[in-house]
Design a protein around this ligand. Structure first.
Ligand code: SAH
Length: 581
C-alpha cells in the first residue's frame, strides 16, 4: 500500500462543499495534503511546479483549460485528479500511471464512497493487466507492465501456441531489442532469454490434465506427493493443470476428492468401457482385474482428448500420468449489423474486443475500428477477396489465435459464414455471432412490410444462374410472398431489377407498395416508397434493398403523417366487429 504522506499533494478548492470533501480526503490519506482556496486560474499554476499530485475540486473542463498550457512531460508533470462537486467521481486527468493519479483517484473514490473513473491504458483502453488473465504467473510483473504501458518492445514467447488475449501493441513474437519478455508455458522454468537480466513474466496456461488411479483408501498425502513429483520430474508447472481425471469406479475415492479439493480442481471420471478403448503405452493386468480396464491414469488423460506427455508413474498405491490439451484456436464469424453502432450486438462487440486478429472487407473493418484493442492485428481487404480472407482466418485460428471475421448484417445471410464452414474448420472452434440483417433494419424503417410470409432473393448472378433466380422470383410471385431483393442493382447489372419487378407484377396489382431503402441505418440513409406501377429502378443502387409487397400489403399513415407499409397478419379481431379480442 502506498504511503500518501510521503507524497506532496495539493488540493484546490473554492466552495464550502469542496472544502469538506477535501478535508475528508485529507484524513483518508493520512493528513498532510495542502488545501488551497481561491480561483483555479491562480491556484493551479502556482501549485503546478511545487507538488507531485493535484486534486482539483473544480469542473473537469475548467481544470483542463487552465492546465493545458502547463503540460510538459508525463515523467515530470504532476498527476491531476478532478473530483466533482458532489464527490461521486474522481477522474484522473493527467499522470494516471507514472504521475500516480490513478492510484490517488482510487483512494479518493474509497474515501468519499464514490467511483474512480480510470481512462488509462491497462485500465480502460483495454490492455489487459497480466495478472487479470485468469492464469497464474511468476516473475517481474511491474517491470513488464511498465514496458507495455510505455510502449517499449516486449518479446512474447508462446511456444506452445496457447492463445493469449491481445496485449499491448508493443508486444510481439519478433520484438527487436526487447526490454521485457512474456513467456506463455506450462513448463516449471521459463526458457533462458538471450539476456538473463531481461525482466520476464511467465504465464501458465491451463494446458495440462492429470490422470490418477489408486487402491481403495489411499491417503491424500501419498496422492499429493505423487502428483507433485510426477509434474516436477517432467519439468511441468502445477498451476497449468486444469483437470484431475480417473476411472468412474474411483469417482468417490476420498483421497482423490480431497486432492482435487486441495488443488482447486474438479475430479472428472470416465467409464471403464471408454478407458478400455484407449491405446496406452503401459497397460496393466492389475488394473484390468480391479477396475475392468487395462489403464486408469494414462487412459483417462487420453479420454480427455489430450496428448500423453508423462506416461504412468507409480507410488506404492497410486498411478499418475499427464496429458496436454491440444491448442484450439477460435474463429468467430461476426455480424456487424447494418451500420449504426447501436445495432451492433453486445456479443459481437465482446468478440471484437477479445480477438487477436480481425479480418474483413475494408468498409466493415472501418465500421468497428475503434473497438479493436491495441495489440490486435487487423487485416482489411478489398471486395472479391473472400477466399483469401477465409483462408487467412482459418489458418490463423489453426495456429491458435482468436480470430474474428467480420461481415455486414448477419454473417450467414449472403456473407462469410457459409464459405468458412464449407472450406472446412477441422481442429478449430467456430462460432457464428448473429447480426441485425439489412432486411430487418429496412423492414423496421418501412413499418411492418414483413408482417406475413416473405421471401429473400438476391439478384446477384455472380454465384447463381440468372435462370435459377428468375425461377425463384416466379415461385415467390405465385406464392404471393412479400419479396426482399438483396443486391438489387449494380453498375453492370441494370436489367435484373426491372425484370424482377415485371415477374412479381404479373401476380399482384399495380397498386402494390414497393420501397427502396439505401444505406439503411447509416448516415446517408434514404427511403423512397411507391407502387409497382410508379417504381423507378433508377432509384436503386447496390447499397439498397428493395421490398415488394404481397397482394395484401398496403400503406398506412402514422400519427405524424408518415407513410409506412404494412402486410396484415389477418387478425380476425380487427375485421370481426363483435369479437372481443
Ligand atoms: N450479410 C448482409 C448482406 C450482405 S449482401 C445482411 O445480413 O444484410 C450485400 C447487400 O446487402 C447489398 O448489396 C445490399 O443489397 C444489402 N445491404 C447491406 N447493408 C445494407 C444497408 N445498410 N442498407 C441497405 N442495403 C444493405
Amino acid at each position: 500500500m502506498r504511503r500518501w504522506q510521503d507524497v506532496t499533494i495539493t488540493q484546490l478548492v473554492n466552495s464550502t462543499a469542496a472544502r469538506e470533501h477535501a478535508e475528508r480526503i485529507d484524513r483518508a490519506l493520512g493528513g498532510g495534503t495542502r488545501i488551497i482556496e481561491g480561483p483555479l486560474a491562480e491556484t493551479l499554476p502556482a501549485a503546478w511546479p511545487q507538488t507531485e499530485l493535484i486534486i482539483s475540486h473544480l469542473a473537469l473542463g475548467a481544470t483542463t483549460r487552465i492546465l493545458a498550457p502547463l503540460l510538459d512531460s508525463k515523467r515530470t508533470d504532476p498527476g491531476v485528479v478532478v473530483v466533482d462537486e458532489a464527490g461521486r467521481f474522481a477522474v484522473p486527468l493527467v499522470g494516471g500511471h507514472v504521475g500516480g493519479a490513478n492510484a490517488l483517484a482510487d483512494a479518493i473514490g474509497e474515501a468519499l464512497g464514490g467511483t474512480a473513473v480510470l481512462t488509462t491504458a491497462t485500465d480502460a483502453v483495454g490492455i489487459p493487466a497480466l495478472d487479470l488473465l485468469g492464469w497464474s504467473y511468476d516473475g517481474d510483473l511491474p517491470a513488464v507492465t511498465r514496458a507495455m504501458l510505455e510502449a517499449r518492445p516486449v518479446l512474447l514467447d508462446r511456444t506452445l501456441g496457447f492463445p493469449v488475449p491481445p496485449l499491448a501493441p508493443s508486444v510481439s513474437a519478433d520484438a527487436a531489442e526487447p526490454v521485457a519478455r512474456i513467456v506463455v508455458t506450462d513448463a516449471a522454468a521459463a526458457p533462458q532469454a538471450d539476456d538473463p537480466a531481461l525482466p520476464t513474466v511467465v504465464l501458465h496456461p491451463k494446458s495440462l490434465v492429470v490422470g490418477m488411479g489408486c487402491n481403495k483408501g489411499t491417503d491424500v498425502e501419498e496422492l499429493e506427493l505423487l502428483f507433485h513429483q510426477t509434474l516436477a520430474e517432467a519439468g511441468l508447472h502445477p498451476s497449468s493443470v486444469t483437470a484431475l481425471t480417473t476411472v468412474e469406479a474411483k469417482a468417490g475415492e476420498l483421497g482423490l476428492l480431497q486432492l482435487a479439493h486441495r488443488l482447486g480442481l474438479r475430479l472428472s471420471d470416465h467409464p471403464a468401457a471408454e478407458l478400455a478403448t484407449q491405446e496406452v503405452p503401459n497397460p496393466s493386468e492389475y488394473a484390468q482385474r480391479h477396475v475392468g480396464c487395462p489403464s486408469v491414469s494414462e487412459a483417462s488423460v487420453l479420454a480427455h482428448g489430450t496428448q500423453l506427455v508423462v506416461p504412468k508413474q507409480k507410488s506404492a498405491n497410486a498411478t499418475c500420468a499427464v496429458g496436454r490439451l491440444p491448442v484450439r484456436g477460435l474463429l468467430q464469424v461476426v455480424g456487424l449489423g447494418p451500420g449504426s453502432r447501436d445495432l451492433l450486438t453486445p456479443r459481437a462487440r465482446d468478440a471484437i474486443r477479445q480477438a487477436n486478429l480481425v479480418v474483413g472487407y475494408g468498409p466493415y473493418v472501418k465500421q468497428i475500428r475503434d473497438l479493436v484493442r491495441p495489440g490486435t492485428e487487423v487485416y482489411a481487404s478489398k471486395m472479391g477477396t473472400e477466399k483469401t480472407r477465409t483462408s487467412l482466418a482459418i489458418d490463423r485460428a489453426r495456429a491458435g489465435d482468436r480470430v474474428v471475421l467480420v461481415c455486414g448484417g448477419d454473417p450467414a445471410i449472403y456473407a462469410m459464414a457459409s464459405p468458412v464452414l464449407e472450406q472446412g474448420t477441422d481442429g478449430i472452434d467456430v462460432e457464428i455471432i448473429p447480426g441485425v440483417t439489412a432486411e430487418l433494419a429496412v423492414s423496421a424503417i418501412l413499418g411492418a412490410p414483413l408482417g406475413h410470409d416473405h421471401a429473400t432473393i438476391s439478384l446477384s448472378d455472380l454465384h447463381t444462374d440468372w435462370q435459377v433466380i428468375e425461377q425463384r422470383l416466379r415461385a415467390a410471385a405465385e406464392g404471393d410472398f412479400v419479396v426482399t431483393l438483396y443486391n438489387p442493382r449494380s453498375r453492370t447489372r441494370r436489367m435484373h431489377l426491372p425484370r424482377a419487378l415485371e415477374i412479381l407484377g404479373a401476380h399482384r396489382p399495380p397498386t402494390t407498395p414497393v420501397a427502396v431503402v439505401q444505406q439503411a441505418s447509416r448516415q446517408r440513409q434514404k427511403v423512397i416508397t411507391a407502387t409497382l406501377a410508379d417504381f423507378q429502378p433508377d432509384w436503386v443502387d447496390m447499397n439498397s434493398l428493395v421490398v415488394v409487397g404481397s397482394s395484401l400489403t398496403r400503406f398506412v399513415s402514422t400519427g405524424s403523417g408518415e407513410r409506412l407499409i404494412v402486410t396484415p397478419r389477418d387478425y380476425h379481431w380487427m375485421t370481426a366487429p363483435d369479437a372481443q379480442e
